[in-house]
Design a protein around this ligand. Structure first.
Ligand code: NDP
Ligand code: A1CAB
Length: 255
């Protein structure tokens, strides 16, 4: 049995990714918040919903997916049942030290998934407390594996990994939206413009992942001499695209 506290955007995305990719919904129990969001999701996916954190006592691994404002109260309730469990917090502001401080001698991890977990194509960075054994890590990996990649990172890099992989689906969505707008401006209907932009993003990502070439060389392959693409790349540079992306990451990193 595994448990979740919170099933909002990221908790709901992980639960959806698990179940849609074959994890048994009967093995998932969720304590939701104040709205009916969790019960609506449970109707679609078939997992069990409980009202109190202590009702997650049968879970071997508990994922915390609440925001910073609810974390302290959740940890206070969780402390009563946490001693024999693995606790994995998605809360951005959490840290291994903070979780240990509030939960005592409990094995804890801090992880930042991204929303593509919902379709089994996620990228999740994770940092474990020192007392996590290889066996414990395997247990967490065997669960998160249903949602995509899980990569262990040093704690001082979890924040930037969380920005580069966790915030950036929103950045890419803005890019896809802008590209579709441009397509519409030049006469495409909206549906086809989105199909083309999204299909391109999926394909270019897959190629970048599978190719021996780095993305710079892949860009070179598209830019035919004297052709249209290099004019587009030059315009992106003229309007500060690269710098805008770096500034977006700076902004996300600096609270
Ligand atoms: N969104 C993302 O892509 C990512 C988010 N994160 C982090 O995850 C955290 C949550 O973000 P996000 O999912 O976007 O936020 P949401 O507001 O969508 O989700 C938070 C959920 O927590 C629930 N909740 C609040 N209090 C409790 C409680 N006491 N017990 C159980 N559930 C509770 C809320 O339920 P209700 O609304 O029903 O009250 C809400 O659905 C943040 O710290 C964020 O940094 C990390 C990685 C990616
Ligand atoms: O916007 C946020 O704070 C969270 C962290 C990573 C993605 N979303």
């Amino acid at each position: 049995m595994i448990g979740f506290i919170g099933a909002g955007s990221i908790g709901g995305a992980v639960i959806t990714g698990l179940i849609k990719n074959g994890y048994d919904a009967d093995e998932i129990v969720v304590k939701g918040g104040h709205s009916n969001r969790t019960s609506l999701l449970a109707e679609q996916l078939g997992f069990k919903v409980v009202k109190k954190v202590k009702q997650l006592d049968d879970a071997e691994v508990i994922f915390i997916a609440v925001g910073a404002n609810a974390l302290e109260s959740v940890l206070t309730e969780l402390k009563e049942i946490a001693s024999d469990k693995l606790i994995v917090a998605f809360t951005g502001s959490a840290s291994v030290a903070l979780l240990k401080q509030d939960l005592g001698k409990v094995k804890v991890a801090h992880a930042i998934p991204n929303t593509p977990v919902k379709v089994g194509a996620g990228f999740t960075g994770i940092t474990y407390s020192d007392d996590f054994t290889d066996e414990d890590k395997k247990k967490v990996a065997s669960i998160m594996g249903y949602t995509g990649q899980l990569v262990e990172v040093p704690e001082d890099q979890l924040g930037i990994i969380g920005t580069v992989a966790g915030c950036s689906p929103a950045f890419l969505d803005v890019f896809i939206e802008a590209l579709s707008d441009a397509g519409v401006k030049h006469g495409l209907n909206r549906k086809l413009a989105y199909e083309a932009a999204i299909g391109m993003a999926i394909g270019a990502g897959k190629l970048a992942k599978q190719s021996d070439l780095n993305v710079s060389a892949l860009k070179d392959e598209v830019t035919s001499p004297g052709g249209s693409t290099i004019r587009g790349v030059a315009a992106l540079e003229e309007y500060g695209f690269r710098n805008a992306v770096i500034k977006a990451v700076d902004a996300a990193e600096n609270d």
